[in-house]
Write a protein that binds this ligand. Structure first.
Ligand code: GLA
Length: 357
């Protein structure tokens, strides 16, 4: 029996920059997916998750997506087989501490847990970045979600109390110590986020259109100053401004974190949310209310939506001594204003799941 844990992730700064060859700051969480599995004779693979019927697939006959939770692990198995790995029969039980639909990458977490379990069960040796790439392919090509590589890299490369700086152009990763005395609070907006909706793909297309009009390979190669271009429609210019602004904020954020300047880092988070609201329009009224409430509280440095948007959660940067108070304050005020009783998670920055660990 092997047991592996793969974390979820939180995007700290760098919203929708990953598929624009840009830069992102993220962190792995101490919440995630545990996979317990063992090998069995034959080629039958049994997957179980609490509250769902067992799913049985075969290691020889190619599987088809079903639109269920199992598409994520089955997609990973399919991509391993496609890449030539000799996957055999096994059984696995998944359990998760991560809220689904909060934008904390529950899907990447289950993908990476599956991939690391496969490495343990069948003794596959895979470099961490290749493992992240296989998981991304599973999500893109099997589950049919056009995400970038942020989620999978974060779930693999995370380290306790360190932020991850990911350059999506060359897929290089650098770790940045996260300052002490500050906590990450994640508050669900009560509205589920699903990337399978059309908005994510629409934003992608608008970003690619902006890059084409500007004559650059990707929006990574443009600055906010370049966006005064007569060929850009107002809407495409706003989408592009979010990406160029986010790349700029990530570099400023790395600098602020390195100096331990939490005020500046918090202000960058809040500026990122304003840009989501006004430029990228991937926020929701509930996310905006949460950010307004959070940023009005004295113990909070800054807050923003995290992940794809269109629902999901916000992340707030909270001074350690205020965390319990401010968590209650946000939940109460949000419920008073919207009638929505929601949940908050005080998360710690945890370790990624490495195939070589
Ligand atoms: C989702 C996607 C990521 C990334 C973020 C937005 O989490 O899965 O690839 O695009 O949205 O930054």
């Amino acid at each position: 029996m092997h047991e592996v844990f793969a974390p979820g992730r939180v995007e700290l700064l760098g919203n929708h920059t990953d598929y624009n060859s840009g830069v992102v700051l993220s962190a792995a969480l101490d919440l995630g997916t545990t996979a317990r599995g063992f090998r069995r004779d034959g080629t039958s693979i049994k997957l179980r998750s609490v509250g769902f019927p067992e799913v049985i697939v075969d290691a020889v006959t190619p599987s088809q997506p079903t639109g269920e939770w199992s598409d994520y692990p089955v997609g990973v198995i399919a991509k391993f087989i496609e890449a030539g790995y000799a996957v055999g029969g096994f059984e696995v039980d998944f359990s998760a501490t991560l809220p689904v639909g909060a934008g904390l990458s529950s899907s990447a977490s289950i993908e990476v847990a599956t991939a690391v379990l496969l490495c343990k069960l069948f003794d596959f040796k895979i470099a961490p970045i290749d493992l992240a790439r296989i998981c991304k392919r599973a999500e893109n090509e099997f589950a049919g979600v056009n995400c970038g590589i942020l989620d999978q890299v974060s779930c693999v490369f995370g380290r306790r109390q360190q932020a991850i700086f990911l350059d999506c152009r060359d897929e290089s990763v650098r770790r940045i110590p996260f300052p002490e005395g500050v906590e990450l609070l994640i508050v669900h907006s009560g509205v589920k986020h699903a990337l399978t909706g059309g908005e994510y793909n629409e934003r992608r297309e608008q970003c690619f259109e902006a890059a084409r009009i500007l004559g650059v390979a990707a929006l990574r190669d443009a600055s906010t100053a370049d966006l005064i271009h007569p060929g850009l429609s107002e809407i495409v210019r706003k989408r592009a401004a979010h990406i160029t602004g986010e790349n700029e904020r990530v570099f400023a954020g790395v600098d602020a974190l390195s100096r331990g300047d939490l005020k500046e880092f918090g202000a960058l988070l809040t500026a990122s949310h304003a840009s989501s609201m006004n430029n990228f329009e991937n926020s929701t009224p509930e996310l905006d209310i949460l950010v307004r409430i959070a940023t009005g509280l004295p113990g909070i440095y800054g807050a923003r939506l995290t992940g794809g948007g269109f629902g999901g959660a916000i992340i707030a940067l909270v001074a350690s001594e205020h965390i319990d108070n401010e968590m209650v304050n946000i939940l109460e005020r949000f419920q008073n204003e919207t009638g929505i009783k929601t949940a908050a998670y005080h998360c710690r920055i945890g370790d990624g799941a490495r195939p070589d660990a």
